[in-house]
Design a protein around this ligand. Structure first.
Ligand code: UD1
Length: 423
């Protein structure tokens, strides 16, 4: 396994178009809560189609710390939670992955207690967890918080009605996980509707609960006596699919993406189509053709699913840097999600920022440059921009991109791009 402080160098020689077909990887954001859920029944879980990613490695280290056996072989992952002995996650492991807070609901349900360090802020801005904590309290947890530790306990969790004032993905997941340890029915109103919630619900239905309404804003869950052994296939990654679509839109080509549901990224496809891409969708595939002379679009306003995903904002922005006219973005989910912008300016892009709004005036050409990856999707956006730039772009990255993309360089090369990763 690679050390935590190694540096990745992505070299992108732009100017080539993307031609051919590729298969979309398994979903990172579906895998992580399902890995946390694997402790619920105290049995064995086998997962397939799990992408090989740094964030998955971090989740496996947490599971091993808890006393589980956790092994990944290719895209198959095996967890044996019979040996679980700890209900606390040390700070060092919490900091490796922001979404480790998802272990809170699962451990509370399984052990009646959990200790972990608060996740704190991250590169995208403040990451409060007040909605997660309010949901757990409503289920009967007592929570003590100080700067260094969160301690949640519950002698007995009780099914209840939880009303989320904002459809937080993480809070909905933690509420579902904790409710698996509760007696009686839990009703979540104002729930997040992201496909990753439906994936977690499918997994929980196979293991420990009867769930209705996942994918809508009202979810009902009643736990049953858990099944010890569960096999489950991780669904495809809609944000990885959107990344490849944006890459082909920006540099041109004829790309087929297989093994995912295009309907899950229809908000992204809507703008790519409006920008001039020719898109045909099938039940589990799409074909996108672009001659790389896009027209500006907007306003692109990020919003909870099924709105435009905040994760795809930097990627679509990168695709539109050379589009004719002025594109407008408005970011409503995270306060600090334009971190890629100063780096994209180095390529010759023309972008101005005003609070939560970004205006992109299309330029005729981008020039390769040396960049530094700022975060996972911002880093991927730099690759997308580099593919559309003339000359060489080198992106120095302390591991953000490999947190979320499996063999990104290899997949892009198989489509004809000139992209290499060295570490
Ligand atoms: C978010 C995205 C999700 C994406 C994931 C990975 C949204 C709504 N969620 O999920 O689609 O896959 O990042 O990048 O787009 N908030 C609170 N209190 C809380 C929890 C959240 O105020 O307890 C606020 C945050 O400040 C932020 C928003 O809700 O403004 C984030 O929503 P949330 O869905 O919780 O974030 P993630 O679960 O990280």
């Amino acid at each position: 396994m690679r050390g935590a402080i190694s540096m990745d160098f992505w070299t992108v020689r732009g100017g080539k178009r993307l031609y051919g077909a590729c298969r979309v990887q398994g979903s990172k954001n579906a895998s992580l809560p399902i890995l946390a859920a694997s402790v619920l029944a105290g049995g064995e879980t086998e997962l397939t189609n799990v992408p090989r990613l740094r964030d998955i490695d971090a989740a496996l280290r947490i599971l091993r710390h808890l006393g589980c056996r956790a092994e990944q072989e290719g895209n198959r992952l095996y967890i044996d939670a019979r040996g679980l002995v700890h209900s606390s996650v040390p700070e060092s492991l919490m900091h490796e992955m922001r979404s480790s807070v998802i272990f809170m609901g699962a451990l509370l349900a399984r052990c009646g207690e959990v200790r972990l360090s608060p996740p704190g802020g991250c590169r995208l801005g403040k990451r409060p967890i007040d909605l997660h904590l309010a949901a757990l309290r409503k289920l009967g947890a007592r929570i003590e918080e100080d700067v260094s530790e969160l301690h949640c306990r519950a002698q007995r969790l009780r099914g209840t009605e939880i009303i989320l004032p904002f459809p937080s993905v993480g809070a909905t997941e933690n509420a579902l996980l904790a409710a698996c340890g509760a007696r009686g029915e839990t009703l979540i109103r104002g729930a997040a509707r992201e496909p990753e919630i439906a994936a977690l619900a499918d997994f929980l239905c196979a293991m420990v609960a009867e769930i209705r309404g996942a994918g809508s804003d009202t979810i009902r869950l009643t736990a049953f006596r858990p099944k010890k052994d569960v096999c489950f296939r991780i669904p495809p990654d809609r944000i990885a699919a959107a990344s490849f679509a944006c890459a082909a839109a920006g540099c041109g080509g004829d790309l087929t993406l297989n093994g995912f549901e295009p309907g899950q990224i229809s908000a992204v496809l809507h703008f790519l189509n409006a920008a001039g891409c020719d898109i045909i969708t099938f039940t589990h595939a799409l074909r996108l053709r672009s001659d790389a002379r896009l027209t500006a679009v907007g306003p692109v306003v990020t919003a909870p699913y099924p709105g435009f995903p905040t994760d795809a904002q930097p990627l679509l922005m990168a695709a539109l840097l050379r589009a004719e006219g002025e594109s407008l973005f408005r970011e409503t989910i995270f306060e600090n999600r334009y971190r890629q912008v100063p780096e994209l300016l180095r390529l010759g892009a023309d972008i101005s920022l005003d609070g939560r709004e970004a205006t992109i005036r299309g330029v005729e050409r981008l020039r390769g440059s040396a960049l530094t990856a700022t975060d996972l999707r911002g880093g991927a956006a730099m690759i997308v921009a580099g593919l559309a730039a003339q000359g060489e772009t080198v992106i120095c990255d302390d591991g953000h991109i490999t947190r979320g993309y499996e063999h990104f360089d290899r997949c892009l090369r198989s489509l004809g791009a000139d992209v290499y990763l060295e570490y």
